[in-house]
Write a protein that binds this ligand. Structure first.
Ligand SMILES: Nc1ncnc2c1ncn2[C@@H]1O[C@H](COP(=O)(O)OP(=O)(O)OP(=O)(O)O)[C@@H](O)[C@H]1O
Ligand SMILES: [Mg+2]
Length: 443
């Protein structure tokens, strides 16, 4: 990620040494020895940031700042000066300087300020893209949809990407909760930091805690050394807590503490550790009734609910079905290294008539299977296996077993025999894959 800085200083020695230091940290640098030269170069260089001295003959840094704000409002300006008198600092900040550095420049501090400015800029760009998406509302990266509710979701994703608040994502199974969480993370200023998905039901809770918060040596049998948890590993990234609705009240208290104080307690440890990770939690449960039944803590619920994204079930957004179907067929064909089959109107109609209890995930699995069953480069309604027109399907079903076996074989071969990968490509769990391998006698 090359980022460009326009550096301005009338002192040639300072100009050269700073230019060198900035290049060393991987930035592209254009240098100017006066504010006038800098303004002349502004359009051509198109910098992400202007770093300028204040006291210079001719136009000074603050006048340059004002002109840059006028001509290129999205460009951040950081000012530096040897004279840190209050009024100048105040004026600079009031005129919209991003930050103010005092000479001699401390390189660590400079790097930190530039890093922050460039990160903020990326987040602003993401937010702006999300809003501009209104004109072309069909996708936010991989998220597809044009239903008004989904456009609302995309906008929210863009806005939340530009902040670091914790988020609750709700929606029935397969509605795209994890995808939304990823979209928030990967459009944020901290996209380079890890996205760490954690399924809260995948482990017994004691293990889950040590997995998330880490443990100290001797915390329990088998804890032979200190171990860092996923919160620590996530840095300033995102922890995705999936299926938070299934957790116990004891566990919920601990999450509440993380959200309120930014602190995690390693299992068996005495000192809490600070965490900067953003938490995105998800659930397909109706938390309102879980709270009513006393099965979800009210305090955590209200804490999580502050920023909430609700994903509508697929049957409530019929305009998205053809759009998603085409997108998913393209994606699956690429993954299976097959030419993309056509989806005639009759097939789209059959898709629109189905209820989709498993939402987008079900649609994806249905189409992946249909691609394997399709003949002559066309997916016909009977390839969908959606229960309607069962008589038509009788013949298909007899052949289905063979096709299934053949498909599993092909996929397994395609991924070099890696079963975990094969299960992912097929959109099924590993145990399910093992059952299929056994059923068809595949080695
Ligand atoms: N709007 C969308 N655009 C494109 N693909 C989508 C969209 N929503 C969901 N998908 C796809 O559907 C599948 C299910 O999505 P995801 O895993 O995010 O759902 P989920 O809500 O987390 O499901 P579950 O509750 O089962 O965990 C994924 O393969 C995802 O890529
Ligand atoms: Mg999920």
């Amino acid at each position: 990620m090359a980022r460009r800085v326009l550096l301005v200083d009338d002192d040639a020695t300072v100009l050269n040494s700073l230019a060198g230091a900035l290049a060393d940290i991987g930035l592209e640098v254009a240098a100017a020895e006066s504010a006038e030269t800098a303004l002349g170069k502004l359009a051509e260089v198109a910098p992400d940031l202007v770093l300028s001295d204040i006291r210079m003959p001719g136009l000074d840094g603050i006048e340059l700042l004002k002109l840059v704000r006028e001509r290129a409002p999205s460009v951040d300006v950081v000012l530096m000066t040897a004279y840190d008198d209050m009024p100048t600092v105040v004026r600079a900040m009031r005129e919209g300087a991003f930050d103010f550095l005092v000479k001699p420049i401390n390189l660590d501090e400079l790097e930190e300020v530039l890093g922050k400015a460039l990160r903020d800029r990326r987040a602003r760009e993401a937010a702006r893209r999300a809003v501009e998406d209104e004109a072309e509302p069909y996708r936010l990266d991989e998220l597809v949809g044009k239903d008004p509710q989904m456009i609302g979701v995309f906008k929210l994703v863009g806005q939340l990407a530009a902040s670091r608040v914790n988020v609750l994502v709700r929606g029935a199974s397969g509605t795209g909760k994890e995808m939304v969480a990823r979209a928030i993370h990967f459009n944020s200023a901290d996209a380079d930091e890890p996205f760490v998905p954690v399924n809260c039901t995948a482990l017994p809770e004691t293990l889950l805690e040590s997995e998330l918060f880490g443990h100290v040596r001797g915390a329990f049998t088998g804890a032979v050394g200190d171990r860092r948890g996923r919160f620590a590993l996530a840095g300033r990234g995102t922890i995705f807590l999936d299926e938070i609705g299934e957790t116990s009240s004891e566990f919920q208290v601990k999450i509440l503490r993380v959200l309120e104080d930014g602190e995690v307690h390693p299992v068996g440890g005495e000192k809490p550790e600070h965490t900067e990770a953003r938490v995105i939690a998800a659930t397909n449960r109706d938390l309102d009734s879980l709270v009513e039944e006393g099965r979800f803590r009210e305090d955590l619920y209200y804490r999580l609910k502050v920023v909430e994204i609700v994903l509508p079930p697929l049957r409530e957004r019929p305009t998205d079905i053809p759009l998603l179907a085409r997108h998913l067929v393209r994606k699956a064909s690429q993954r299976l290294h097959q030419t993309e089959p056509a989806l005639p109107d009759s097939t789209v109609e059959a898709l629109l008539e189905h209820d989709w209890p498993g939402n987008v995930r079900e649609l994806e699995n249905c189409l992946t299977r249909a691609i394997a069953l399709s003949t002559g480069g066309v997916i016909r309604p009977e390839h969908l296996g959606l229960g309607r027109g069962a008589e038509q399907q009788a013949g298909v079903f007899r052949a289905l077993d063979d096709v299934e076996a053949e498909h599993v074989r092909r996929v397994l071969f395609g991924v070099g025999g890696n079963k975990a990968k094969a299960a992912r490509v097929l959109g099924i769990s590993k145990p399910r894959l093992y059952r299929l391998l056994e059923k068809h006698g595949i080695e």
